[in-house]
Design a protein around this ligand. Sequence first.
Ligand code: F0G
Length: 464
Amino acid sequence: MELPFAESYKIKMVERIYRSTRKQREDWIKQASYNLFNLKSEQVYIDLLTDSGTGAMSQNQWAAIMTGDESYAGSSSYYHLKDAIRTILGFEYFLPTHQGRAAENVLFSVLVKADNVVPGNSHFDTTKGHIEYRKASAVDCTIDEAFDTDSLHPFKGNIDLEKLEAVYTAHPVGQIPMVIVTLTCNTSGGQPVSMQNLRDVYALSQKYGIKVVFDSARFAENAWFIQQREDEYRNKTIKEIVAEMFSYADAMTMSSKKDGIVNIGGFIAVKEEALYKQASVFNIMFEGFNTYGGMAGRDMNALAVGLDEVTTDDYLENRIQQVAYLGNLLIANNIPVQKPIGGHAVFVDAKKFLGHVPKEEYVAQTLAIELYLESGVRGVEVGTLLADRDPLTRENRYPKLEMLRLAIPRRTYTNNHMDVVAVALKNIFDRRELINHGYRIKKEAPIMRHFSVELEHADDTNQD
Ligand code: F0G
């Protein structure tokens, strides 16, 4: 008999987590105005809110922390990270930032002007926020299959080249500062982009003289899917695949909190010295001097090690296997999820799950609250609340997909935790016919409202 799969690590340090009663959770979520971001972490049993900055570092990363160099300028930690970025990702120039959105802020301060158009594959919310804040607009050119959760397309993060070229021809080139390719595409379900698509997007963009920027938060997970699903990459190592992926980019932004396997940090990397110099000015202003830019030396050291670890076949097999484990449990229970299962999270199709809740009552948020009440598991809404209002009409934007995201922190939970999540969702699925109402907004911010929104029951018989 073949031996079963098991993690290729053992656990050296543990952190206690706590279960709670349904009554406690009812009180806590009400006090949190039905916004899961307002819960205290100890009120959460299994936290699948995000895979960002929530992973466990390895002993080698912790060891690197102890040898961090905290010099203001020219620290050895900066040079360790510079080396890792050059060797693994192939970029000559880089600027550290405190996280991914800071990298966006710095780079877009150079590149994005009012009335610009920035095409991409379902830009992440902070990316879109930084574009719209500059009075420019983000155009989604993701392939249509991404919005059909039952389509088994192997690369649902791909950019539709016709949609992209239509943007390139509809506007003067000077109005399009870049195309942003998000690897993997978080918004459509942690879905990968194929190497072929990266190559094609680069060729098309070069033809029009437009820069290609990768939002690289989950680049290693993307490389794993290329290795598994694109024939000519079957026998290549993850490091070889990563090197080729980034050969099709002029610049990248990175949230190191994901595939850097660190708790905080980010960076911009570019190939051209001129762009590096322009971005440096904003980096010094917003983040810090160029050799630390918002990161401690010790954190840059841990990130250099993380970039090496995350680009190993062994690490990625463990990672993707666990996400697939949860996804397959849900599929076995007929729970509608984005298929194939993505790299960092399982996305539950809330519109299919809770068919009776009107879209005006925030369907995915309703499911997220139900899951918390059932089990103390915290997921996150990727739906109408996150999509914000149209900046001009102020109407709700109803996205094509209304999802509950269950993001799995790296090297943190075991498959026993995944079993709890699966049973909790099955229990809700079995009584879904009884859930007819969702929530309405009491208070919201003008942008990125999902972080602070206050909600109440939409069903008036259910008094708050
Ligand atoms: N790009 C992508 C694709 C992301 O998923 C994120 C963050 C960012 C950029 C911004 O990076 O958080 O370091 O400032 N995503 C987190 C998430 C918050 O939960 O998916 P950041």
